[in-house]
Design a protein around this ligand. Structure first.
Ligand code: BYC
Ligand code: FE
Ligand code: FE
Length: 476
């Protein structure tokens, strides 16, 4: 197990001090990152002490240390999981050959595209969440937001390290461009759709960390299988940080639902108006936010049938999440049954598995998303409101990428008329009115231990601290 070196200007476990030109290149990028963080990172709170965890080693158990840090002083660095001796390629056409420590010339541009796409999402999410501090429902939540933000910043560092260390001049240019594209920018937006959607309220933040960070989990799992060993090891370590982001989402949604149920029980009502008047969020509206962020995140897996995905698998650049669970790691002439939409009809088709990798990953993701839904329904039952059930909409609903893109499909997965679809959409995803209502609830609560009206108090503090501990120190 390697300890992380925090004495260096750029903390790392890649022996940076022995590669002076790389160190210099990264030290050149570092101030640009810091100035991006000031301009595009969390608005406000930059001079406050925040109770943050920082990695101290790269093994899965006990890697974190907790303490109060000002965000700009966070020790962003470069941490890769420890190497495995004599590691071999374990999927695709090159099974059994040694993994690569350098980028093979043939795969250079594809690998760079994957790393840039991954890298682009990290700062994008920080930009999307930039204003949320102004409306935090508690300082517990505020601290969680900032923890997620600094770690996404570190994920950016992870990809920038790979670009600088292995892709020469174009890598350095791509690293600069990662700070130049901006979420939602008309002229120079982020690469993937979801990362240009505004996250202007905390309901969206929880949904994003539940659904979109979970895409992160699945993409990182796929890249953690890569034959390009530095990429695999980087992603393995990123996954340990990712788990927390999804927990923030799951806990946030759970607390919000719990508050709604308490109000429903107290007032003996399921009327949307009554619930809203009491300052809570009706389950109907929560379902709409689920519909929005889930459908948007499904697009992040790419097309169901993809030659990009087939090539990436064949060449060993990107595997399936948990590749070891599959029997056949080559999948040369194997087939996968999937639905397709041809000549206005849904047909069942056999597709080469290699071309179906995006769909296979998406299916694993959907099953994972369903776990939280099941838990929330159990909670709803516990409060005695069995007539309500939250659900994931169909994977065909509101898609913009792949087979089902731009088809009028309802949340149950039925193809309907365009007119019906357009008229009903505002009842399936948050309408302007819903958003206005949600925004009216978003008031900043900074009193330690207190929580905004629309959510319940967490049951446990962070790292065994009291629930009303001052996770963000406001007197500074
Ligand atoms: N929006 O064959 P196709 C995370 C493009 S999240 C816009 O369908 P492919 C995080 C695609 O780029 C994880 N464009 O798909 C979460 C391609 O364009 P080019 C991020 C899209 O290539 C929260 C074209 O359509 N990591 O970490 O097999 C907070 C045809 O591509 C979209 C990665 O994404 C879209 N939704 O797969 C912070 C991993 N979808 O090249 C962080 C790296 C597709 O023809 N990326 N396109 O111009 C990849 O593995 C792949 O690029 C994708 C797409 C899975 C995204
Ligand atoms: Fe990330
Ligand atoms: Fe994340």
């Amino acid at each position: 197990m390697s300890k992380l070196d925090y004495k260096e200007r750029i903390p790392n476990n890649v022996d940076l001090s022995n590669d002076l030109s790389l160190q210099r290149a990264l030290e050149h990028w570092q101030p640009k990152f810091k100035s991006w963080w000031q301009d595009m990172g969390p608005d406000g709170f930059q001079s406050y002490d925040v109770y943050l965890r920082t990695a101290i080693s790269v093994d899965a158990a006990g890697w974190a240390s907790y303490g109060k840090v000002k965000m700009p002083d966070y020790r962003w660095g470069i941490f890769l999981a420890d190497p495995v001796k004599d590691k071999k390629i374990h999927f695709g056409d090159n099974i059994g050959k040694p993994v690569w420590q350098e980028v093979p010339g043939d795969y250079r541009s594809v690998l760079r595209r994957l790393i840039v796409t991954q890298g682009d999402t990290e700062p994008a999410s920080v930009e999307q969440q930039r204003l949320l501090g102004k409306t935090c429902p508690s300082i517990f939540d505020l601290r969680n937001l900032f923890q997620v933000n600094v770690e996404e910043g570190r994920h950016l560092w992870a990809m920038v390290y790979l670009l600088h260390a292995y892709f020469g001049r174009d890598g350095r240019e791509e690293a600069e461009a990662l700070l130049e594209r901006n979420s939602g920018d008309d002229d120079n937006p982020r690469i993937l759709g979801t990362f240009n959607e505004p996250i202007s309220d905390w309901v969206s933040f929880y949904m994003f960390t539940y659904f979109t960070d979970r895409d992160g989990k699945y993409q990182l799992k796929s890249l953690a299988e890569s034959s390009f060993d530095p990429l695999a090891r980087t992603c393995q370590f990123m996954l340990t940080e990712e788990a927390h982001h999804m927990q923030v989402g799951e806990l946030g949604i759970t607390r919000m639902i719990e508050k709604t149920l308490q109000i429903m029980k107290e007032l003996k009502t399921d009327s949307i108006d009554n619930i809203r008047r009491a300052g809570a969020i009706d389950l109907n509206t929560i379902q709409k936010y689920i519909n929005f962020w889930f459908s948007s995140s499904l697009d992040l897996f790419g097309s169901e049938i993809s030659t990009n995905a087939a090539t990436a698998f064949a060449n060993g650049l990107k595997g399936r999440p948990d590749e070891f669970r599959f029997e056949n790691h080559c999948e040369k002439n194997t087939l996968f049954k999937m639905e397709n939409f041809i000549n206005n009809k849904i047909v069942i088709q056999d597709v080469p598995i290699r071309n179906a990798m995006n769909e296979i990953t998406r299916k694993a993701y959907i099953d994972d998303c369903a776990i939280g839904i099941k838990r929330w329904n159990r909670l709803i039952n516990k409060y005695g409101f069995e007539e309500f059930e939250l659900s994931l909409p169909s994977h065909k609903f509101r898609r913009s990428i792949g087979i089902w893109a731009n088809l009028p499909v309802d949340p149950k997965g039925r193809i309907i008329s365009k007119e019906l679809y357009n008229n009903a959409l505002a009842s399936w995803v948050p309408s302007e009115e819903d958003k206005q209502f949600i925004n009216s609830l978003m008031v900043q609560e900074l009193d330690p231990g207190k929580t905004a009206s629309w959510t319940s108090k967490p049951k446990r503090g962070i790292n065994n601290q009291e629930i009303d501990y001052d996770y963000v120190e406001l007197s500074h």
